[in-house]
Design a protein around this ligand. Structure first.
Ligand code: NGO
Length: 527
């Protein structure tokens, strides 16, 4: 098979042709209907259109390999297709089936898949179940948008003929939800997970603590959640996850092939903890709970031994309910901590993360201390952040620290799109859809070896975000751009073809009930 990622212009052309809705396969004389276009986000690594489309009918069966994971992905696919097609679509591990989910295949890695579609059926092949799942997301996008509706729609349910072979550019493709500034229920988090899964995002970073709220139960320090979780920005009632709640989020995320990355932000952004336990404060006096939106005013007491008993307990309990490999320790905006104290704190806390079997992630200020071996720094600067700060990050990267890129004036989903955007903030600037998409993580920070970049993440801070509808309108349509930066080969990067593929997502979001910002930069089809 031709590897289109080595021939960028050709792939760009194919996607452009496909995006324009011009069928490359419609010429086949026996084709029963014009082949539908291939408009997939994130852009697959290789698309080879050709042959007749497959048509899902009332007789279609979903044949899966005889494994629990393949069966689960098959059931998930059937659950998506049944309401809108009205077909039975039995999932079976025996006999024939025109839609096939196969585990096997070489060279597809942990998350890649191959999708072969033709007159007689569609086969998704993957080395691992995650690849089958990602292949199913692609399959959804090959079908008409109405497939996403929850009531029976008219077909025909055609899937373009051809072959897609697809593996991700980066292993870390994240989204962050700040559940501290405003609390979001387990159901709301699951809803967001489902949206992230559409675009092959594989990390859910939960910002579980901040000045305004502590959101995870810790048995050895019960007031953290009971008191520290009892309010939020604006003074609402807040909330927290019990351990059972958190486990349920982890379980659900993993059913969508996302790994949860929990964050306890330290040593700053800790007012909720300091308010809950007087003894954590240097002066022994607990501050009141905080419901404003200032940053940089709180700090754990770096020179108190009790601080490290506290951190040890929190990390131990959190690590025990987190199957993923990472634990995020924050480290941003420690403006009330001296530099020397910050370094001391990070020297003491990072080994605790390792002690409980996890790898450290921290905001990129961590590179001003000594990042532990195997640590990841999450860059949240701007395009015009000073050269010195960028050089500090680059030096850490040269010395082995991995990077996840979340430039605030590109990937912060809480930035306003335009001055008229009702929600969000603008401290990092206005971030329209093109700005969010049109940059290259591989070459973004000078002096950073390409191998140091582990991926990208789109954080959603929630000072102004209260409901799931608020999440949706800030995440869509920028989140899919972030997901594409993480997944697609650099050779597919092209705003003009991307915006056409992105426009095709609009009717899908309408069908799914996702309210989004109809940016004038994107040629949305008329509603
Ligand atoms: C900053 C700050 C957060 C704010 C966010 C708002 C980081 C890493 N620390 O990002 O506390 O919520 O901006 O955009």
């Amino acid at each position: 098979m031709r590897q289109h990622h080595r021939t960028p212009r050709l792939l760009g052309t194919l996607l452009l042709v496909a995006a324009a809705g011009i069928s490359l396969v419609g010429a086949a004389p026996h084709t029963e209907a014009a082949a539908p276009p291939v408009r997939v986000v994130p852009a697959p690594a290789s698309v080879e259109p050709g042959g007749s489309p497959y048509r899902i009918t009332g007789d279609t069966r979903i044949r899966v390999d005889d494994s629990r994971e393949a069966r689960t992905v098959g059931d998930y696919l059937a659950d998506i297709l049944r309401p809108s097609t009205g077909y039975r679509l039995p999932v079976t591990s025996h006999g024939a089936g025109a839609i096939r989910l196969r585990l096997g295949g070489k060279g597809l890695g942990a998350e890649g898949y191959r999708l072969d579609s033709g007159r007689s059926g569609v086969t998704i092949t993957a080395g691992r179940p995650a690849g089958l799942f990602h292949g199913v997301q692609t399959l959804r996008q090959l079908l008409p948008a109405a497939v996403e509706k929850d009531s029976v729609q008219r077909g025909p349910w055609l899937i373009a003929g051809g072959t897609i072979e697809d593996t991700p550019r980066y292993a870390y493709r994240g989204a962050m939800l700040d559940v501290s500034r405003h609390f979001f229920t387990v159901a709301q988090v699951k809803h967001y997970i489902d949206e992230l899964a559409l675009y092959k995002v594989n990390k859910l970073h939960l910002h579980l603590s901040d000045d305004q709220g502590w959101r995870i139960a810790v048995d050895s320090w019960p007031r953290l959640a009971a008191h520290g979780g009892s309010t939020q920005v604006g003074g609402g009632q807040g909330g927290f996850y019990t351990k059972a709640d958190y486990r349920e989020i982890v379980r659900y995320a993993s059913s969508r092939y996302l790994e949860v990355v929990p964050e306890i932000d330290m040593p700053g952004h800790t007012n909720a903890a300091l308010a809950s336990y007087a003894e954590l404060n240097c002066d022994g006096v607990a501050p009141p709970l905080y419901t404003g939106t200032d940053v940089g005013f709180s700090s754990l007491c770096v020179n108190k031994p009790l601080t490290y008993d506290f951190v040890d307990d929190v990390i131990r309990e959190l690590a025990a309910i987190t199957p993923g490999g990472y634990l995020h320790i924050g480290g941003d905006e420690a403006h009330s901590t001296s530099h020397a104290d910050y370094v001391t704190f990070m020297d003491k806390v990072q080994p605790l993360v390792a002690k409980y079997g996890k790898k450290v992630i921290g905001w990129h200020q961590l590179t001003g201390a000594t990042p532990a071996k195997g640590a990841i720094a999450q860059y949240w600067g701007l395009d015009d952040t000073g050269a010195e700060e960028k050089a500090q990050v680059a030096r850490a990267a040269q010395n082995g620290t991995g990077l996840v890129l979340s430039p605030a004036d590109r990937l912060y989903l809480d930035m306003k799109y335009t001055a008229d955007t009702p929600l969000g903030q603008d401290w990092a600037g206005l971030v329209e859809v093109r700005r969010a998409y049109d940059w290259d993580p591989g070459g973004y920070l000078p002096g950073v070896p390409a191998s140091a970049v582990k991926g990208v993440e789109a954080p959603l801070w929630t000072e102004t975000i209260v409901t799931s509808a608020d999440i949706d309108v800030m995440a869509f349509p920028r989140l899919p751009g972030a997901a594409e930066l993480g997944w697609s080969p650099a050779s597919t990067h092209d705003w003009d073809t991307y915006k056409v593929r992105l426009a095709a997502q609009g009717p899908r979001w309408d069908a799914l009930g996702i309210g989004y910002y109809r940016s004038p930069q994107v040629p949305w089809p008329a509603r």
